[in-house]
Design a protein around this ligand. Structure first.
Ligand code: M6R
Length: 612
């Protein structure tokens, strides 16, 4: 969603800001803007509705904005439509202070009305404008900028990550954070703030994650971070392992394709640090193995694709551990009064680690005394920091809105967690454990094999891209896979699609099947492949065209019924979805390509959803 970049540097800020905003584009936005302050205190702002190219174009048509201290923003409209005036940065009515803000100020109406009564006039419909107007108001009264900043932070309620410039202090930038991510980057040519580490990688890999209620004051040579009482803090710096090339397309037409093709390596990065002499080692959990032994119930909580990983997890964990496990949508979980206690384990799954619903579910679980283990990709993200245990997927930056490598690595990590716990609980036989660990080690090679058939998926996509409704059916782990396949298709190609447990079709949905309807039938879960065949026959006998995903072992069963079969290597049934998802990702990708869609930035979607 919204993105922030800020720089207190020694060179002109605008190009740094525009470059940073470009790297944040993937998060989804509908307007963008920058503000810079020159050494003599001239605060200049430019902001436009639309893509970054519109802002660049507008900037090229005017006198360059000059100054080495600046803030930039990509806005995803929440309060007020996408427009030039609602775009950030917002400036106070005296033109002294500019603010960019991510998050939502919940009590903005009350503050706005009280400021209007004091004669302050507002120009936008945003909640953010109250921050800057209030800041100027307090600054006018208190004559001390930092006092004014703290007064504002004490008055506003809600979530914020913000960057602030003031024309009276042209050499500095101020940042503040609560319940929305903000990092500080330490560069050789200046210091930075960003809502997302990808915006910093071109300048530095040395960062500090700001904590809630912290305020930072930054100049080109110095960063000072204060707590909520204004006391100076000593904060640890961290080194980001990601390389800038990981956040670039590297010759691929789209980030999504690049990230799909990176899966063998990404999966290996997830597995290899956690394998020692054929044994799964989860150092992150080792000290609490006792707690793990006492777990009576597991909840897997997440949104979107991460929730689909949770559905895989439910089947896998119940099978391996014989402990009841439930996959829950985070947005439902938090309001469903879940029965949680000290012996429940809540597993929160999130690529970004910033999804608001997942975060709220995590807090609800902790409030009720449960321990939270998160599976996260982005290091230092809010979910990672608030969890009792974190397992990082180490998939590298994922830029395309449609998740691919994060999904597969989350699944692999859940499998490893299940196996590790099964070992701790003595619930898995040595032979089965060995088979699964061996299977895990071979996954990257098998994924490469599936990726070797690009032309097959491409051909199928050019045959089916004109369909306007597609059904995905499967049983057990194939059902979980269908949920993901269907979401991938609809989010990037805008084709209507539904996913069903295959046995459920005849209880209603089968009435939608008519001659020519495309049904993607997943028959990769060997234990239930024969049952799937019956469901395939159910739809073909009503005229459906079936595209099947089968393994080398199940292919023979479905061949005669399917118009097309994507055949994948057969592995242990619990590992099969890791391979099964790949043809589905590529099928969706090539369909979207055929339809000329904006694959990396599908309409109405954001990479990390930080609103409820
Ligand atoms: O960052 P998260 O994993 O918490 O995000 C959850 C969902 O928003 C995400 O998986 C979404 O469904 C993707 N666009 C799917 O491709």
């Amino acid at each position: 969603m919204c993105g922030i970049i800020g720089v207190a540097g020694n060179t002109e800020a605008v190009s740094v800001l525009l470059d940073g905003l470009e790297r944040l584009e993937y998060r989804g936005y509908d307007s963008a803007g920058v503000a810079v302050v020159s050494p003599d205190g001239n605060l200049q702002v430019k902001k436009c509705k639309g893509r970054l190219s519109v802002l660049r174009e507008a900037l090229s048509r005017q006198e360059p904005l000059s100054g080495t201290i600046g803030i930039g923003h990509t806005r995803w409209a929440t309060h007020g439509e996408p427009s030039d005036v609602n775009a950030h940065p917002h400036v106070g009515q005296n033109g002294k202070i500019a603010v960019v803000h991510n998050g939502i100020i919940e009590n903005y109406l009350e503050i706005k009305q009280s400021l209007i009564r004091k004669g302050i006039s507002f120009v936008s419909d945003t909640d953010t404008e109250v921050i800057v107007q209030l800041l100027e108001y307090y600054y006018g009264k208190k004559s001390d900028l930092m006092d004014a900043v703290y007064a504002v932070l004490n008055r506003i309620k809600g979530a914020y990550a913000m960057g602030i410039l003031c024309s009276d202090f042209p050499g500095q930038m101020i940042a503040a954070k609560k319940d929305a991510p903000l990092l500080i980057g330490y560069g050789t040519d200046g210091n930075y703030i960003a809502s997302d580490v990808t915006a910093l990688l071109a300048h530095t890999k040395t960062v500090t994650y700001m904590e809630d209620d912290e305020v930072a004051v930054m100049t080109p040579d110095q960063v000072q971070i204060f707590d909520r009482d204004g006391c100076l803090l000593e904060k640890e710096k961290q080194l980001i392992a990601w390389d800038i090339s990981a956040a670039e397309k590297g010759g691929y037409a789209h980030f999504m394709l690049k990230e799909i093709m990176e899966q063998p390596e990404a999966v290996w990065k997830t597995i290899s640090p956690r394998l020692a002499n054929g044994e799964i080692v989860l150092e992150e959990l080792a000290e609490d193995a006792d707690f793990m032994r006492g777990i009576s119930r597991i909840y897997l909580v997440a949104c979107g694709s991460a929730y689909h990983v949770g559905v895989v997890g439910k089947y896998v964990l119940e099978k391996l551990l014989h402990i009841p496990a439930e996959a829950c949508l985070a947005s439902e979980f938090r309001y469903s009064e879940p029965v949680l206690g000290e012996s429940s384990l809540v597993i929160v799954i999130s690529q970004s680690g910033e999804t608001l619903d997942s975060m709220a579910a995590l807090r609800e679980a902790k409030r009720k005394g449960s321990r939270v283990l998160s599976i996260v990709n982005v290091m230092g993200s809010s979910i990672a920091r608030e969890s009792d245990y974190v397992l990082y997927t180490w998939a590298g930056p994922e830029i395309a809105v449609a998740t691919t490598k994060a999904y597969t690595t989350q699944m692999v990590l859940l499998l490893m967690l299940g196996l590790w716990m099964a070992r701790q609980l003595n619930r898995i036989q040595e032979g089965e454990y060995r088979k699964l660990v061996g299977g895990l080690e071979q996954l990257p090679e098998k994924i490469k094999k599936v990726l070797g058939n690009l032309d097959l998926y491409q051909k199928a996509a050019s045959r089916y891209f004109n369909h306007n409704s597609v059904f995905y059916i499967g049983r057990n782990l194939d059902y979980a896979l269908g949920l993901e396949g269907s979401l991938k298709l609809k989010e990037i190609s805008y084709i209507h699609s539904e996913s069903y447990a295959a046995g459920e079709l005849k209880h209603g949905t089968i009435s939608l099947i008519e001659p020519g309807t495309l049904v993607v039938a997943l028959a990769s879960y060997e234990p239930l492949a024969e049952k799937m065949l019956s469901n395939i026959v159910e739809v073909t006998s009503r005229g459906a065209e079936v595209l099947a995903v089968a393994t080398e072992k199940t292919e023979g069963l479905v061949n005669s019924q399917a118009a097309e079969v994507f055949v994948i290597p057969a592995v242990h049934p619990l590992l099969q979805p890791v391979l099964g998802v790949i043809p589905l990702q590529l099928f969706a990708y090539y369909i979207a390509l055929n339809r000329g869609c904006d694959i990396d930035k599908p309409r109405n979607l954001a990479k990390s959803v930080t609103v409820e």
